[in-house]
Design a protein around this ligand. Structure first.
Ligand SMILES: C[S@@+](CC[C@H](N)C(=O)[O-])C[C@H]1O[C@@H](n2cnc3c(N)ncnc32)[C@H](O)[C@@H]1O
Length: 260
């Protein structure tokens, strides 16, 4: 891929390192989470679907059960290899995987009925470019949906949350608030038809070990979350249970149709 930015190298390093753990991570494989995204799109059996930043393809395979064809696109080879292996093992025929950049999707305009992206906008430097590209490759009146971590509407609290997410995983750039996500959609003339949030409880130690966060970054992230538990600094409501520290991540789903 020509001229990858330094950040894209960081993404590839991070998702090469975490590929196997990510593919098995119970909070991302959760079928209910994926079903909510599938349902939000109202996907049809004749639809052609693109999943942007598919990783190991959990979302792509689920869409494959409901539509004619799915293409999963990702920047990083290691998770795509896991997706390809799963495709071979399950003998799935209507899901294909390609390598490419979400900020410059290697597909023609108007080529998909549904374009989705889950848990990836916070890993890119220009989420607006990604949604612009998603809108370009979607047909008029087609459906676009994003599912992602969302942060507080208050910028100081949002920054506190994004800082401990970045300490855990340097490929995290910035999760948006719900209002920012809505703004990115409406800028592309997408009519919002569906909006919901759900919270996921994260055990801090599992969350750190899934990303294989090295010291001293892990200690710094833990310290920030401990302080947050005492001082309410991010909106993630950290709490202790049986001597273990937890916090709540809010996941948002925004879906809509592209105005003609
Ligand atoms: C947290 S994983 C999400 C995978 C999948 N969407 C899911 O929900 O399980 C983020 C993925 O985004 C990919 N990614 C990040 N930046 C990208 C970009 N600019 N273009 C394509 N993929 C990208 C990473 O390689 C990684 O596989």
């Amino acid at each position: 891929m020509p001229n990858p930015s330094e950040h894209k190298r960081t993404v590839r390093r991070a998702f090469t390192k975490q590929a196997a753990a990510y593919a098995e991570n119970a909070s991302v494989t959760d079928p209910e989470w994926i079903a909510r995204l599938v349902e939000a799109t109202g996907v049809d059996s004749s639809d052609r679907v693109l999943e942007v930043a598919t990783g190991p393809g959990h979302v792509a395979f689920s869409f494959g059960d409901h539509c004619a064809e799915v293409v999963g696109l990702d920047l990083t080879k290691a998770p795509l290899e896991i997706a390809q292996e799963k495709k071979r093992d399950s003998e799935t025929e209507n899901v294909a995987f390609i390598r490419g950049d979400a900020e410059a999707i290697p597909c023609p305009a108007n080529s998909f009925d549904v374009v989705v992206c889950r848990l990836a906008l916070h890993h890119v430097e220009h989420p607006d470019y990604v949604v612009q590209e998603m809108a370009r490759v979607c047909r008029p009146n087609g459906t676009l949906a994003v599912g992602d971590l969302v942060v507080s509407e208050h910028s100081d609290r949002a920054e506190y949350h994004n800082t401990f997410e970045r300490l855990r995983d340097p490929s995290h750039v910035r999760a948006l608030s719900i209002s920012e996500l809505i703004h990115v959609f409406t800028e592309q003339r997408i009519e919002i038809d569906h909006l919901r949030t759900d919270s996921v409880v994260q055990n801090v130690e599992s969350w750190l070990s899934n990303a294989q966060t090295p010291e001293p970054r892990a200690t710094e992230a833990r310290e920030m979350i401990r302080k947050d538990a005492e001082e309410d600094l991010s909106g993630t409501q950290p709490f202790w249970h049986d001597d273990e520290l937890y916090f709540r991540q809010l996941n948002g789903i925004v879906a809509g149709h592209l105005l003609e």
